[in-house]
Design a protein around this ligand. Sequence first.
Ligand code: PHE
Length: 449
Amino acid sequence: MSDSRTQFKSKFGIIMASVGSAVGLGNIWRFPYEAGQNGGAAFLIIYIVCVLVLGIPTLMAEMTMGRMTQTNSARAFRKMTQSPVFSKVGYLGVLACVLIMGFYTVVAGWTFEYMWEAVSGTMTDLSAEQFTANFNSFVVSPFRPLFWTILMVVLTHLIILGGVQKGIERAAKWMMPMLFLLLVVLCVYSVMLPGASAGLEFLFKPDFSKITSEVVLSAMGQAFFSLSLGAGVMITYASYFDNDVNIPRTATTVALLDTSVAFLAGILIFPAVFTFGIEPTQGPNLVFVTLPNIFAQLPMGSVLAFAFFLLLALASITSLISLHQVVTAYVAEEFKLSNRKAALVVSCTIAVLAVLCSLSLGVLNDIRVGGLCMFDLMDYVTAKIMMPLGSLLLCLFLGWKVEKSKILNEITNYGTLRWRLAKTFVVMLKYVVPILVALVFINELGLFE
Ligand code: PHE
Protein backbone atom coordinates (compact mmCIF):
# COMPACT_ATOMS: atom_id res chain seq x y z
CA MET A 1 0.00 0.00 0.00
CA SER A 2 1.29 3.42 -0.83
CA ASP A 3 2.19 5.95 1.80
CA SER A 4 -0.94 7.47 3.26
CA ARG A 5 0.50 10.97 2.90
CA THR A 6 1.08 10.84 -0.84
CA GLN A 7 -0.85 13.50 -2.69
CA PHE A 8 -3.49 13.42 -5.35
CA LYS A 9 -1.89 13.64 -8.77
CA SER A 10 -4.10 16.00 -10.71
CA LYS A 11 -6.67 18.71 -10.09
CA PHE A 12 -9.22 16.67 -11.95
CA GLY A 13 -8.39 13.71 -9.76
CA ILE A 14 -8.90 15.80 -6.63
CA ILE A 15 -12.28 17.00 -7.72
CA MET A 16 -13.31 13.55 -8.85
CA ALA A 17 -12.21 11.88 -5.62
CA SER A 18 -14.13 14.45 -3.58
CA VAL A 19 -17.12 14.15 -5.88
CA GLY A 20 -16.68 10.40 -5.63
CA SER A 21 -17.07 10.64 -1.89
CA ALA A 22 -20.03 12.99 -2.11
CA VAL A 23 -21.93 11.28 -4.89
CA GLY A 24 -23.25 7.90 -3.93
CA LEU A 25 -26.23 6.22 -2.40
CA GLY A 26 -26.93 9.48 -0.62
CA ASN A 27 -27.95 11.06 -3.91
CA ILE A 28 -29.59 8.19 -5.68
CA TRP A 29 -31.06 6.11 -2.87
CA ARG A 30 -31.41 8.40 0.12
CA PHE A 31 -32.35 11.71 -1.52
CA PRO A 32 -35.42 10.43 -3.39
CA TYR A 33 -36.81 8.54 -0.42
CA GLU A 34 -36.25 11.43 2.00
CA ALA A 35 -37.86 13.80 -0.51
CA GLY A 36 -40.71 11.32 -0.96
CA GLN A 37 -41.31 11.04 2.77
CA ASN A 38 -40.98 14.74 3.46
CA GLY A 39 -43.33 16.37 1.02
CA GLY A 40 -41.33 16.48 -2.23
CA ALA A 41 -40.82 20.06 -3.39
CA ALA A 42 -41.07 21.51 0.12
CA PHE A 43 -38.17 19.29 1.12
CA LEU A 44 -36.25 20.16 -2.03
CA ILE A 45 -36.36 23.88 -1.35
CA ILE A 46 -35.09 23.53 2.19
CA TYR A 47 -32.50 21.10 0.97
CA ILE A 48 -31.14 23.61 -1.52
CA VAL A 49 -31.03 26.32 1.12
CA CYS A 50 -29.13 23.94 3.41
CA VAL A 51 -26.60 23.09 0.70
CA LEU A 52 -25.97 26.76 -0.07
CA VAL A 53 -25.95 28.19 3.42
CA LEU A 54 -24.63 25.29 5.48
CA GLY A 55 -23.13 22.77 3.09
CA ILE A 56 -20.79 24.84 0.96
CA PRO A 57 -19.26 26.81 3.86
CA THR A 58 -18.79 23.62 5.88
CA LEU A 59 -17.23 21.89 2.91
CA MET A 60 -14.75 24.74 2.58
CA ALA A 61 -14.16 24.61 6.31
CA GLU A 62 -13.32 20.91 6.19
CA MET A 63 -10.99 21.42 3.26
CA THR A 64 -9.29 24.32 5.03
CA MET A 65 -8.87 22.27 8.17
CA GLY A 66 -7.53 19.27 6.27
CA ARG A 67 -4.94 21.10 4.27
CA MET A 68 -3.88 23.18 7.23
CA THR A 69 -3.18 20.16 9.41
CA GLN A 70 -2.16 17.52 6.85
CA THR A 71 -3.17 14.66 9.08
CA ASN A 72 -6.05 12.34 9.89
CA SER A 73 -9.22 14.01 11.02
CA ALA A 74 -8.96 12.93 14.67
CA ARG A 75 -5.43 14.21 15.04
CA ALA A 76 -6.21 17.35 13.05
CA PHE A 77 -8.22 18.76 15.93
CA ARG A 78 -5.78 17.61 18.59
CA LYS A 79 -2.94 19.17 16.68
CA MET A 80 -4.63 22.54 16.77
CA THR A 81 -6.16 22.73 20.21
CA GLN A 82 -6.04 21.39 23.71
CA SER A 83 -9.59 22.38 24.48
CA PRO A 84 -11.32 19.40 26.08
CA VAL A 85 -14.31 19.72 23.75
CA PHE A 86 -12.80 20.71 20.41
CA SER A 87 -9.85 18.36 20.57
CA LYS A 88 -12.35 15.49 20.46
CA VAL A 89 -14.46 16.59 17.51
CA GLY A 90 -12.36 14.42 15.21
CA TYR A 91 -13.29 11.30 17.13
CA LEU A 92 -16.96 12.06 16.64
CA GLY A 93 -16.28 12.03 12.91
CA VAL A 94 -14.39 8.76 12.99
CA LEU A 95 -17.22 7.16 14.93
CA ALA A 96 -19.76 8.59 12.47
CA CYS A 97 -17.84 7.02 9.59
CA VAL A 98 -17.88 3.62 11.25
CA LEU A 99 -21.62 3.81 11.87
CA ILE A 100 -22.38 5.08 8.37
CA MET A 101 -20.43 2.23 6.85
CA GLY A 102 -22.57 -0.14 8.92
CA PHE A 103 -25.73 0.56 6.93
CA TYR A 104 -24.17 1.99 3.78
CA THR A 105 -22.42 -1.27 2.94
CA VAL A 106 -25.72 -3.11 3.21
CA VAL A 107 -27.47 -0.85 0.72
CA ALA A 108 -24.43 -0.89 -1.53
CA GLY A 109 -24.65 -4.68 -1.44
CA TRP A 110 -28.26 -4.51 -2.69
CA THR A 111 -26.96 -3.08 -5.96
CA PHE A 112 -25.19 -6.38 -6.57
CA GLU A 113 -28.44 -8.27 -6.20
CA TYR A 114 -29.95 -6.05 -8.86
CA MET A 115 -27.01 -6.52 -11.20
CA TRP A 116 -27.45 -10.22 -10.70
CA GLU A 117 -31.16 -10.02 -11.40
CA ALA A 118 -30.50 -7.99 -14.53
CA VAL A 119 -28.12 -10.62 -15.81
CA SER A 120 -30.30 -13.56 -14.90
CA GLY A 121 -33.31 -11.95 -16.56
CA THR A 122 -35.64 -11.97 -13.54
CA MET A 123 -36.30 -8.25 -13.80
CA THR A 124 -38.80 -8.41 -16.61
CA ASP A 125 -42.56 -8.89 -16.87
CA LEU A 126 -43.49 -8.22 -13.30
CA SER A 127 -46.08 -5.82 -11.96
CA ALA A 128 -45.11 -2.97 -9.65
CA GLU A 129 -46.53 -4.98 -6.70
CA GLN A 130 -44.42 -7.96 -7.62
CA PHE A 131 -41.26 -5.90 -7.83
CA THR A 132 -42.04 -4.51 -4.40
CA ALA A 133 -42.81 -7.93 -2.94
CA ASN A 134 -39.57 -9.32 -4.39
CA PHE A 135 -37.49 -6.58 -2.90
CA ASN A 136 -39.16 -6.83 0.48
CA SER A 137 -38.59 -10.54 0.70
CA PHE A 138 -35.00 -10.14 -0.46
CA VAL A 139 -33.95 -7.60 2.18
CA VAL A 140 -35.37 -9.56 5.10
CA SER A 141 -33.76 -12.82 4.08
CA PRO A 142 -30.81 -13.80 6.27
CA PHE A 143 -28.47 -15.01 3.50
CA ARG A 144 -28.42 -13.27 0.14
CA PRO A 145 -28.07 -9.69 1.38
CA LEU A 146 -25.30 -10.81 3.74
CA PHE A 147 -23.39 -12.37 0.90
CA TRP A 148 -23.50 -9.15 -1.14
CA THR A 149 -22.69 -7.04 1.91
CA ILE A 150 -19.56 -9.03 2.63
CA LEU A 151 -18.56 -8.87 -1.02
CA MET A 152 -18.87 -5.10 -0.81
CA VAL A 153 -16.64 -4.98 2.27
CA VAL A 154 -14.02 -7.10 0.53
CA LEU A 155 -14.02 -4.94 -2.60
CA THR A 156 -13.69 -1.75 -0.60
CA HIS A 157 -10.87 -3.31 1.36
CA LEU A 158 -9.00 -4.23 -1.80
CA ILE A 159 -9.28 -0.74 -3.25
CA ILE A 160 -8.11 0.79 0.02
CA LEU A 161 -5.02 -1.41 -0.19
CA GLY A 162 -4.33 0.15 -3.60
CA GLY A 163 -3.63 3.46 -1.85
CA VAL A 164 -4.76 6.99 -2.46
CA GLN A 165 -3.44 7.68 -5.90
CA LYS A 166 -3.62 4.36 -7.62
CA GLY A 167 -6.83 3.13 -6.05
CA ILE A 168 -9.11 6.01 -5.33
CA GLU A 169 -8.10 8.53 -7.89
CA ARG A 170 -7.99 6.17 -10.80
CA ALA A 171 -11.29 4.58 -9.91
CA ALA A 172 -13.15 7.82 -9.36
CA LYS A 173 -11.98 9.46 -12.54
CA TRP A 174 -14.01 7.47 -14.98
CA MET A 175 -16.81 6.08 -12.84
CA MET A 176 -18.33 9.40 -11.92
CA PRO A 177 -18.69 10.85 -15.44
CA MET A 178 -20.18 7.57 -16.68
CA LEU A 179 -22.78 7.51 -13.94
CA PHE A 180 -23.73 11.08 -14.70
CA LEU A 181 -24.22 10.33 -18.37
CA LEU A 182 -26.34 7.28 -17.81
CA LEU A 183 -28.51 9.18 -15.35
CA VAL A 184 -29.16 11.88 -17.92
CA VAL A 185 -30.16 9.31 -20.54
CA LEU A 186 -32.54 7.57 -18.14
CA CYS A 187 -34.06 10.89 -17.05
CA VAL A 188 -34.93 11.72 -20.64
CA TYR A 189 -36.87 8.49 -20.80
CA SER A 190 -38.49 9.00 -17.43
CA VAL A 191 -39.89 12.43 -18.20
CA MET A 192 -41.69 10.95 -21.19
CA LEU A 193 -43.65 8.50 -19.01
CA PRO A 194 -47.39 9.15 -18.67
CA GLY A 195 -47.11 10.02 -14.96
CA ALA A 196 -44.23 12.43 -15.53
CA SER A 197 -46.14 15.64 -14.92
CA ALA A 198 -47.51 14.39 -11.59
CA GLY A 199 -44.02 13.28 -10.60
CA LEU A 200 -42.35 16.53 -11.57
CA GLU A 201 -45.06 18.50 -9.84
CA PHE A 202 -44.44 16.53 -6.68
CA LEU A 203 -40.75 17.30 -6.89
CA PHE A 204 -40.87 20.92 -7.99
CA LYS A 205 -44.19 22.47 -6.95
CA PRO A 206 -43.91 23.20 -3.26
CA ASP A 207 -46.75 22.88 -0.80
CA PHE A 208 -45.43 25.00 2.04
CA SER A 209 -47.94 23.60 4.49
CA LYS A 210 -45.89 20.40 4.41
CA ILE A 211 -42.90 22.03 6.10
CA THR A 212 -42.52 20.73 9.65
CA SER A 213 -39.58 20.60 12.03
CA GLU A 214 -39.01 17.01 10.92
CA VAL A 215 -38.86 18.06 7.27
CA VAL A 216 -36.29 20.74 8.08
CA LEU A 217 -34.17 18.34 10.12
CA SER A 218 -34.35 15.73 7.38
CA ALA A 219 -33.35 18.20 4.68
CA MET A 220 -30.44 19.46 6.75
CA GLY A 221 -29.31 15.94 7.56
CA GLN A 222 -29.56 14.98 3.91
CA ALA A 223 -27.44 17.98 2.88
CA PHE A 224 -24.66 17.03 5.30
CA PHE A 225 -24.92 13.37 4.44
CA SER A 226 -24.87 13.92 0.71
CA LEU A 227 -21.88 16.25 0.83
CA SER A 228 -20.01 13.85 3.16
CA LEU A 229 -19.75 16.50 5.86
CA GLY A 230 -19.26 16.40 9.59
CA ALA A 231 -17.50 13.05 9.54
CA GLY A 232 -13.97 14.14 8.72
CA VAL A 233 -14.00 12.78 5.17
CA MET A 234 -13.24 16.05 3.46
CA ILE A 235 -10.70 16.88 6.18
CA THR A 236 -8.92 13.65 5.40
CA TYR A 237 -9.10 14.11 1.62
CA ALA A 238 -7.95 17.71 1.84
CA SER A 239 -4.96 16.57 3.89
CA TYR A 240 -3.76 15.14 0.59
CA PHE A 241 -4.38 18.40 -1.31
CA ASP A 242 -1.53 20.36 -2.85
CA ASN A 243 -0.93 23.91 -1.71
CA ASP A 244 -2.22 25.41 -4.90
CA VAL A 245 -5.64 23.73 -4.89
CA ASN A 246 -8.32 26.41 -5.03
CA ILE A 247 -10.47 25.45 -2.05
CA PRO A 248 -13.47 27.75 -2.65
CA ARG A 249 -13.72 26.67 -6.24
CA THR A 250 -13.22 22.98 -5.50
CA ALA A 251 -15.83 23.01 -2.76
CA THR A 252 -18.37 24.82 -4.91
CA THR A 253 -17.81 22.47 -7.82
CA VAL A 254 -18.21 19.41 -5.61
CA ALA A 255 -21.43 20.78 -4.12
CA LEU A 256 -22.80 21.67 -7.53
CA LEU A 257 -22.08 18.28 -9.04
CA ASP A 258 -23.43 16.47 -5.99
CA THR A 259 -26.64 18.46 -6.02
CA SER A 260 -27.08 17.93 -9.77
CA VAL A 261 -26.87 14.19 -9.30
CA ALA A 262 -29.51 14.31 -6.56
CA PHE A 263 -31.74 16.39 -8.85
CA LEU A 264 -31.27 13.93 -11.68
CA ALA A 265 -32.13 11.07 -9.35
CA GLY A 266 -35.32 12.88 -8.37
CA ILE A 267 -36.23 13.54 -11.99
CA LEU A 268 -35.60 9.90 -12.77
CA ILE A 269 -37.55 8.45 -9.85
CA PHE A 270 -40.67 10.54 -9.31
CA PRO A 271 -42.19 10.39 -12.79
CA ALA A 272 -41.87 6.61 -12.56
CA VAL A 273 -43.27 6.55 -9.02
CA PHE A 274 -46.43 8.27 -10.23
CA THR A 275 -46.63 6.30 -13.46
CA PHE A 276 -46.44 2.91 -11.80
CA GLY A 277 -48.60 3.74 -8.79
CA ILE A 278 -45.85 3.44 -6.19
CA GLU A 279 -46.20 5.27 -2.86
CA PRO A 280 -43.67 8.15 -2.74
CA THR A 281 -43.56 7.88 1.04
CA GLN A 282 -42.53 4.27 1.26
CA GLY A 283 -39.01 4.88 2.45
CA PRO A 284 -35.67 3.15 1.93
CA ASN A 285 -36.96 0.72 -0.68
CA LEU A 286 -38.30 3.47 -2.96
CA VAL A 287 -35.52 3.48 -5.55
CA PHE A 288 -35.16 -0.25 -5.55
CA VAL A 289 -38.82 -0.88 -6.29
CA THR A 290 -39.20 1.99 -8.75
CA LEU A 291 -36.25 1.51 -11.06
CA PRO A 292 -36.97 -2.07 -12.11
CA ASN A 293 -40.33 -0.87 -13.44
CA ILE A 294 -38.54 1.59 -15.70
CA PHE A 295 -36.01 -0.94 -16.91
CA ALA A 296 -38.68 -3.55 -17.55
CA GLN A 297 -40.26 -1.23 -20.10
CA LEU A 298 -37.15 -0.14 -21.91
CA PRO A 299 -35.68 -1.80 -24.97
CA MET A 300 -32.52 -3.56 -23.82
CA GLY A 301 -33.78 -2.89 -20.31
CA SER A 302 -31.68 -5.54 -18.66
CA VAL A 303 -28.48 -4.22 -20.23
CA LEU A 304 -29.32 -0.73 -19.01
CA ALA A 305 -30.32 -2.07 -15.60
CA PHE A 306 -27.04 -3.87 -15.30
CA ALA A 307 -25.08 -0.78 -16.34
CA PHE A 308 -27.02 1.40 -13.95
CA PHE A 309 -26.61 -0.79 -10.91
CA LEU A 310 -22.97 -1.36 -11.76
CA LEU A 311 -22.34 2.38 -11.80
CA LEU A 312 -24.36 2.82 -8.63
CA ALA A 313 -22.24 0.13 -7.01
CA LEU A 314 -19.13 1.96 -8.13
CA ALA A 315 -20.46 5.29 -6.87
CA SER A 316 -21.12 3.62 -3.52
CA ILE A 317 -17.63 2.20 -3.49
CA THR A 318 -16.02 5.61 -4.01
CA SER A 319 -18.05 6.87 -1.04
CA LEU A 320 -17.23 3.81 1.04
CA ILE A 321 -13.55 4.23 0.27
CA SER A 322 -13.65 7.78 1.61
CA LEU A 323 -15.35 6.62 4.81
CA HIS A 324 -12.94 3.74 5.17
CA GLN A 325 -9.94 5.97 4.54
CA VAL A 326 -10.90 8.24 7.45
CA VAL A 327 -11.00 5.36 9.88
CA THR A 328 -7.99 3.57 8.43
CA ALA A 329 -5.85 6.73 8.49
CA TYR A 330 -6.91 7.22 12.08
CA VAL A 331 -6.20 3.66 13.21
CA ALA A 332 -2.87 3.53 11.36
CA GLU A 333 -1.57 6.86 12.57
CA GLU A 334 -2.89 6.66 16.13
CA PHE A 335 -2.08 3.05 16.91
CA LYS A 336 1.10 3.00 14.82
CA LEU A 337 -0.11 0.12 12.68
CA SER A 338 0.81 -0.39 9.05
CA ASN A 339 -1.90 0.77 6.67
CA ARG A 340 -2.46 -2.82 5.72
CA LYS A 341 -3.19 -3.92 9.28
CA ALA A 342 -5.24 -0.85 10.05
CA ALA A 343 -7.38 -1.42 6.97
CA LEU A 344 -7.96 -5.00 7.99
CA VAL A 345 -9.08 -4.03 11.48
CA VAL A 346 -11.47 -1.50 10.00
CA SER A 347 -12.87 -3.86 7.37
CA CYS A 348 -13.54 -6.57 9.95
CA THR A 349 -15.32 -4.12 12.22
CA ILE A 350 -17.50 -2.92 9.38
CA ALA A 351 -18.28 -6.45 8.28
CA VAL A 352 -19.66 -7.26 11.73
CA LEU A 353 -21.67 -4.05 11.95
CA ALA A 354 -23.03 -4.38 8.44
CA VAL A 355 -24.13 -7.96 9.02
CA LEU A 356 -26.01 -6.85 12.13
CA CYS A 357 -27.59 -3.95 10.22
CA SER A 358 -28.70 -6.22 7.43
CA LEU A 359 -30.17 -8.75 9.84
CA SER A 360 -31.95 -5.94 11.67
CA LEU A 361 -34.26 -5.64 8.65
CA GLY A 362 -35.26 -9.28 9.05
CA VAL A 363 -34.62 -11.68 11.91
CA LEU A 364 -33.32 -9.01 14.31
CA ASN A 365 -36.08 -6.55 13.51
CA ASP A 366 -37.56 -6.75 16.99
CA ILE A 367 -34.48 -5.28 18.60
CA ARG A 368 -35.28 -1.60 18.60
CA VAL A 369 -34.01 1.58 20.18
CA GLY A 370 -36.42 4.51 20.25
CA GLY A 371 -38.66 2.54 17.90
CA LEU A 372 -35.94 2.18 15.26
CA CYS A 373 -34.24 -1.02 14.20
CA MET A 374 -30.46 -0.95 14.03
CA PHE A 375 -30.35 -0.07 10.33
CA ASP A 376 -32.68 2.92 10.73
CA LEU A 377 -31.06 3.93 13.99
CA MET A 378 -27.60 4.20 12.45
CA ASP A 379 -28.94 6.20 9.57
CA TYR A 380 -30.83 8.54 11.88
CA VAL A 381 -28.08 9.04 14.42
CA THR A 382 -25.40 9.76 11.84
CA ALA A 383 -27.25 11.93 9.32
CA LYS A 384 -29.56 13.77 11.66
CA ILE A 385 -27.38 14.14 14.74
CA MET A 386 -23.69 13.37 14.38
CA MET A 387 -22.96 14.97 11.01
CA PRO A 388 -24.75 18.28 11.69
CA LEU A 389 -23.20 18.34 15.16
CA GLY A 390 -19.71 17.60 13.83
CA SER A 391 -20.12 20.36 11.26
CA LEU A 392 -21.39 22.81 13.85
CA LEU A 393 -18.41 22.12 16.11
CA LEU A 394 -15.92 22.37 13.26
CA CYS A 395 -17.29 25.76 12.19
CA LEU A 396 -17.33 27.02 15.77
CA PHE A 397 -13.79 25.84 16.20
CA LEU A 398 -12.40 27.45 13.06
CA GLY A 399 -14.47 30.57 13.56
CA TRP A 400 -13.65 31.20 17.20
CA LYS A 401 -10.54 29.29 18.19
CA VAL A 402 -8.30 29.68 15.19
CA GLU A 403 -6.73 32.98 14.24
CA LYS A 404 -8.65 34.62 11.47
CA SER A 405 -5.48 35.35 9.52
CA LYS A 406 -4.59 31.66 9.47
CA ILE A 407 -7.92 30.76 7.93
CA LEU A 408 -7.77 33.58 5.43
CA ASN A 409 -4.27 32.52 4.46
CA GLU A 410 -5.27 28.92 3.93
CA ILE A 411 -8.43 29.64 1.99
CA THR A 412 -6.66 32.14 -0.30
CA ASN A 413 -3.51 30.03 -0.70
CA TYR A 414 -1.48 32.61 1.16
CA GLY A 415 -2.91 35.53 -0.68
CA THR A 416 -2.24 34.16 -4.14
CA LEU A 417 -5.96 33.65 -4.80
CA ARG A 418 -8.29 36.56 -4.91
CA TRP A 419 -11.55 35.55 -3.33
CA ARG A 420 -13.96 38.33 -2.54
CA LEU A 421 -15.99 36.25 -0.14
CA ALA A 422 -13.12 35.28 2.15
CA LYS A 423 -14.32 37.52 4.96
CA THR A 424 -17.93 36.45 4.50
CA PHE A 425 -16.71 32.89 4.83
CA VAL A 426 -15.35 33.62 8.30
CA VAL A 427 -18.69 35.17 9.30
CA MET A 428 -20.48 32.06 8.05
CA LEU A 429 -18.23 29.90 10.20
CA LYS A 430 -18.53 32.04 13.27
CA TYR A 431 -22.22 32.77 13.28
CA VAL A 432 -24.39 31.59 10.43
CA VAL A 433 -23.67 27.85 10.31
CA PRO A 434 -23.56 27.28 14.10
CA ILE A 435 -26.68 29.32 14.80
CA LEU A 436 -28.75 27.75 12.04
CA VAL A 437 -27.77 24.18 12.89
CA ALA A 438 -28.44 24.85 16.57
CA LEU A 439 -31.85 26.32 15.72
CA VAL A 440 -32.79 23.25 13.71
CA PHE A 441 -31.81 21.02 16.63
CA ILE A 442 -33.71 23.13 19.14
CA ASN A 443 -36.72 23.26 16.88
CA GLU A 444 -36.67 19.48 16.51
CA LEU A 445 -36.63 19.06 20.26
CA GLY A 446 -39.86 21.04 20.26
CA LEU A 447 -38.50 23.78 22.51
CA PHE A 448 -40.04 26.53 20.40
CA GLU A 449 -43.58 25.27 20.91
N1 PHE B 1 -21.98 11.45 0.65
C1 PHE B 1 -22.08 10.05 0.47
C2 PHE B 1 -23.31 9.76 -0.37
O1 PHE B 1 -24.03 10.65 -0.70
C3 PHE B 1 -22.15 9.32 1.78
C4 PHE B 1 -21.09 9.70 2.74
C5 PHE B 1 -21.42 10.27 3.93
C6 PHE B 1 -19.77 9.51 2.41
C7 PHE B 1 -20.45 10.66 4.82
C8 PHE B 1 -18.79 9.90 3.28
C9 PHE B 1 -19.12 10.48 4.49
O2 PHE B 1 -23.57 8.66 -0.71
